[in-house]
Design a protein around this ligand. Structure first.
Ligand code: DGJ
Length: 726
C-alpha cells in the first residue's frame, strides 16, 4: 500500500495528520506512558504496546511485538467478545474496520488529542477512536464515535469505549464493590482463562453494588509501590461493563464501556453514537502512583472546581431527619457558626404542601417550600445563615417522584415503567424518565428555579435514591425501548451540564443514598460526592480507602455523626470520628445541642485545626502506608506539592491485646528537608502515643527509612500527626 501522506505540521495546534501505510505507527503518549498502535498489512489497526514511555518510540518498530486488534469487531474470524457488534442496515451482522486517517492536535500545553478514523471495508459505517493524553498527569482518556452513513438504520449491540490488550504471565484484577452503607470494598482475584465481568445493570445510582473502576496487575499482584498496574475508570453514571477475557494463549483483552445488556441502539442515517470515556493509566511503580495520577487529574480536569475551595459544613440530616421547624434550624445554624462551621446544609423535608414531605413516602417532586414547617421560606433561613457568616446549602432529588405527589398526579406519563406490570417502588419513589426532553427541561427547571429565586444558595446536595427497574419509557417509541438505559443517562448528564454551566460558583454535591453516584462523568459537574450514608468511622476507614484509589480527598465528603452510629449502632470516640472525617473533606451530621461541653470544645478545636491542614489534605499527594485489609492499623498521609507540609493519619482497625507496634515508614517527603512533628486532635486527658516525637524535628530521610514507631492499643484509637518544615 502506498503511503498517501506523511506526518506534517499544519499549525501550532495540529501535530500531525495523515493516512498511514501498512506497518506504520501512531503513538498516544503522555510524559511517562505510551500506547502504540500500528496499521497492519491489511490496514487493520492493532495495539502493539501499552506501558512506560520509551526514550525512543522508534525502537518499538525494531521487532514484531504481539499485536491485537485496537478495536475488535464482531464477524469474520473474530471469535472472542468484540468491542463493536453492529448489524448493518441490510442485516449483515459483521463489521470490518480498516484504518482510514488520523489527526493529532495539541488542545493546550498539556492535552494532546489523537483521533483515528476507521471505516468499514464495505459499508458506510465509520468509527473514530479518540484519545486525549494528559501529559503531566499521565492519564489517557479514550472514547469512540460511531457514525452511520447508510440510508437505513444500523443497530449497535456492543459499543465499548476501549479495547485494551495485554500479554503478561498472569493477571490480577481488583474490583470495587459494596452496597448501600458499605460502598467501595476492594477485592482482588486472579484471572483465569475465560471471561470475568464486572458490571452494573442499575441504570441510575448505578454504583450501588459495583463501582465503575478497576485495577489490573500484570505478572504479580501489585503493591502500593511495586509492580505493573493499570488503573481505569469509566466516566459514566449509567450501567457499565468491564469484560476481561483471557484467551488460550494467555493474552488478556479488556473491553470497557456502557453495559450492552438490553441496550441495543439503532443509529439512523447521519447519527453519531458517542461512548463515554474510559480514563486509564499504567504504572510500573505500583498502585500508589496510579491513585496519585488520578487525584491530580481529578483535581485539574475531572471534578468541578477540583482545585477550588471547600467549606466545612453542618448537615441537619442525621441531626433532625424530617423533624424540624424554623426555630430548630435557626438554633442549629447558630450553634454551627459558633463551632466554626462554614456552611449549613438543609437536607430533605423542606418542601411539599398538598403532600408535605414529612417522611420519605410523600412530596418528592413538589419543589415548593413547606410553609407549615418554614413559614418564612428559604430566604429567611439563608439570611439567618449568612448573617452569622455561614454559607447556605439545600437538598434536592430532582430526578425522582413519590406516587403521593402533585407532580405524579399531573405527570404519571413521566415515570420509567413497563406497561401492564406492577410498579416497583424503592424508598417509596419512582424515577422520572430522563430520555424525555420535557422531563429534562423539568429537572433542570427544578434546580434552576430554586437557585434563581434564592441567589443566596451556595451549595446544593443532589440526591438520587433508587435505581432502574421496570425499564420502560413512555416517551420512547416501542422499537426504541432498549435506548432507555443510554438515553436516560445521557439525559441526566445533559441536565447536570446545563446546571453546572449556569451556576459555576455554586458548590454541588453528588449524593446517591451515599456513594451510588461516584463517577468522573458526573463529577465534571459536581464539586464533591457523598461517599456513604454510613458515618461509622470503622466502616468509613474501608470506604474511604477504596474511594481514594480513584478520587482525591477534595471530592470526598465525610461527616462526623452521632454515637452510637445510627446505621451500625457502634459507639466510638468523637476523636476517631473526627479523625477519619478530617482525612477527607470534613463535615458534620449531628447537632451541637446533642453534645457535651467537652465534645463541643474538642469539635471546635478540631475544626480550627482542619482549617490549617485543609490545603495539604485537599490539594496534597496521597501516600498509603498500611492497608486496613492486611494490617491491624491503617496509615496514610498527604504531602503538600512543595513537600513542606504533611499530615499522617493512623487508625487502629483491629485491637490486639498486646498492642500494635508496627513501624510506620513515611513516604513522599523530601529526604533532605527537616520536619517538625506535632500531634493534632489529641484528647487532653489521654496519653500521647507519639510523645517521644512531639515537637522534635527529623529529616525526611529518617522518617522514610526508619519511620515512626509507636504503639496503638485501644479499640477505636487514632493518631494524627502533622509534619511541617519549620
Ligand atoms: C439519602 C442521603 O444519602 C442522605 O444523606 C439524606 O440526604 C437522605 N437521602 C435524605 O432523604
Amino acid at each position: 500500500m502506498k503511503k498517501k501522506a506523511i506526518i506534517i505540521l499544519l499549525s501550532s495546534t495540529t501535530l500531525g495528520t495523515g493516512s498511514l501505510a501498512a506497518q506504520e505507527y501512531i503513538t498516544v503518549s503522555t510524559q511517562n506512558i505510551s500506547l502504540a498502535l500500528k496499521v497492519s498489512d491489511t490496514k487493520k489497526l492493532e495495539q502493539v504496546y501499552f506501558g512506560n514511555r520509551l526514550k525512543n518510540d522508534e525502537e518499538l518498530k525494531a521487532a514484531s511485538l504481539p499485536a491485537a486488534s485496537a478495536y475488535s469487531t464482531f464477524g469474520g474470524t473474530h471469535t472472542f467478545e468484540a468491542a463493536l457488534r453492529a448489524v448493518q442496515s441490510d442485516g449483515n451482522t459483521s463489521t470490518e474496520l480498516r484504518y482510514a486517517a488520523h489527526r493529532t492536535e495539541k488542545r493546550d500545553g498539556n492535552i494532546v488529542r489523537t483521533v483515528i478514523s476507521l471505516k468499514d471495508a464495505y459499508y458506510a459505517l465509520s468509527v473514530d477512536l479518540c484519545y486525549q493524553a494528559y501529559q503531566k498527569e499521565n492519564i489517557i482518556e479514550q472514547w469512540v464515535e460511531v457514525t452511520n452513513n447508510q440510508a437505513k438504520g444500523v443497530t449497535l449491540h456492543n459499543f465499548a469505549s476501549s479495547d485494551l490488550s495485554f500479554s503478561a504471565a498472569d493477571y490480577y484484577v481488583t474490583q470495587f464493590h459494596g452496597n448501600w452503607a458499605e460502598e467501595m470494598n476492594m477485592s482482588q482475584q486472579h484471572l483465569d482463562e475465560g471471561i470475568k465481568i464486572i458490571d452494573s445493570k442499575l441504570g441510575v445510582r448505578s454504583n450501588q453494588f459495583t463501582h465503575p473502576c478497576f485495577l489490573l496487575s500484570l505478572g504479580n499482584p501489585a503493591t502500593e509501590d511495586y509492580g505493573e498496574v493499570v488503573g481505569a475508570t469509566l466516566a459514566w453514571p449509567g450501567s457499565f461493563q468491564f469484560c476481561f477475557e483471557v484467551d488460550p494463549q494467555k493474552r488478556l483483552r479488556v473491553l470497557s464501556g456502557i453495559n450492552p445488556y438490553a441496550s441495543s441502539y439503532t443509529l439512523e442515517k447521519g447519527e453519531v453514537f458517542k461512548t463515554p470515556a474510559l480514563l486509564y493509566t499504567y504504572s510500573g511503580n505500583g498502585v500508589g502512583e496510579v491513585s496519585r495520577r488520578f487525584h491530580r487529574w481529578g483535581r485539574q480536569y475531572g471534578i468541578k472546581n477540583g482545585s477550588g475551595e471547600r467549606s466545612i459544613l453542618l448537615n441537619n440530616w442525621e441531626a433532625t431527619y424530617f423533624d424540624f421547624d424554623e426555630a430548630k434550624l435557626v438554633q442549629i445554624i447558630d450553634d454551627a457558626a459558633k463551632m466554626g462551621f462554614e456552611l449549613f446544609l438543609l437536607d430533605d423535608g423542606w418542601f411539599g404542601s398538598k403532600y408535605p414531605r414529612n417522611s420519605d413516602n410523600a412530596g418528592l417532586g413538589d419543589w415548593h417550600t413547606n410553609t407549615q414547617k418554614l413559614p418564612h421560606g428559604l430566604p429567611f433561613l439563608i439570611e439567618e445563615a449568612h448573617k452569622r457568616g455561614l454559607k447556605f446549602g439545600i437538598w434536592v432529588e430532582p430526578e425522582m417522584v413519590n406516587p403521593q405527589s402533585e407532580l405524579y398526579e399531573k405527570h404519571p406519563d413521566w415515570i420509567i415503567t413497563q406497561p401492564h406490570r406492577e410498579q416497583s417502588l424503592q424508598r417509596n419513589q419512582l424515577l422520572l424518565d430522563l430520555s424525555n426532553p420535557k422531563v429534562q427541561e423539568f429537572v433542570f427547571g427544578v434546580v434552576d428555579k430554586i437557585l434563581t429565586e434564592n441567589p443566596g444558595i451556595d451549595y446544593v446536595k443532589w440526591d438520587c435514591n433508587r435505581y432502574v427497574t421496570n425499564s420502560g419509557s413512555q416517551y420512547l417509541k416501542p422499537d426504541r425501548q432498549s435506548h432507555l438505559w443510554i438515553d436516560n443517562a445521557n439525559g441526566i448528564l445533559g441536565v447536570m451540564g446545563k446546571v453546572s454551566a449556569k451556576y459555576p460558583n455554586v458548590c454541588f454535591m453528588a449524593c446517591s443514598g451515599g456513594g451510588g453516584r461516584m463517577d468522573y462523568g458526573s463529577m465534571k459537574h459536581f464539586d464533591e460526592f457523598w461517599i456513604s450514608d454510613n458515618n461509622d468511622p470503622l466502616q468509613r476507614i474501608f470506604t474511604q480507602w477504596g474511594g481514594q484509589h480513584f478520587f482525591p480527598a477534595i471530592g470526598m465528603a465525610s461527616h462526623v455523626s452521632a454515637s452510637p452510629n445510627h446505621i451500625s449502632g457502634r459507639s466510638t470516640p468523637l476523636k476517631y470520628r473526627f479523625d477519619i472525617a478530617m482525612a477527607a473533606k470534613l463535615g458534620m451530621d449531628m447537632q451541637p445541642v446533642q453534645m457535651t461541653e467537652e465534645e463541643k470544645a474538642f469539635s471546635r478545636n478540631a475544626i480550627s485545626v482542619y482549617k490549617q491542614i485543609r490545603p495539604t489534605i485537599l490539594y496534597g499527594d496521597l501516600y498509603r502506608l498500611l492497608s486496613p485489609y492486611t494490617h491491624n492499623r491503617t496509615s496514610y498521609m498527604y504531602v503538600s506539592e512543595d513537600k513542606s507540609e504533611a499530615v499522617l493519619f493512623n487508625f487502629l482497625v483491629r485491637k490486639n491485646i498486646n498492642g500494635d507496634r508496627e513501624a510506620v515508614l513515611l513516604k513522599g517527603l523530601d529526604a533532605d528537608k527537616k520536619y517538625r512533628i506535632t500531634e493534632i486532635n489529641r484528647e487532653s486527658d489521654k496519653w500521647s502515643r507519639v510523645s517521644e516525637y512531639e515537637g522534635k524535628t527529623f529529616s525526611g530521610d529518617y522518617l522514610m527509612t526508619v519511620g515512626l514507631r509507636f504503639g496503638m492499643y485501644s479499640e477505636y484509637e487514632s493518631v494524627v500527626v502533622r509534619l511541617s518544615v519549620p
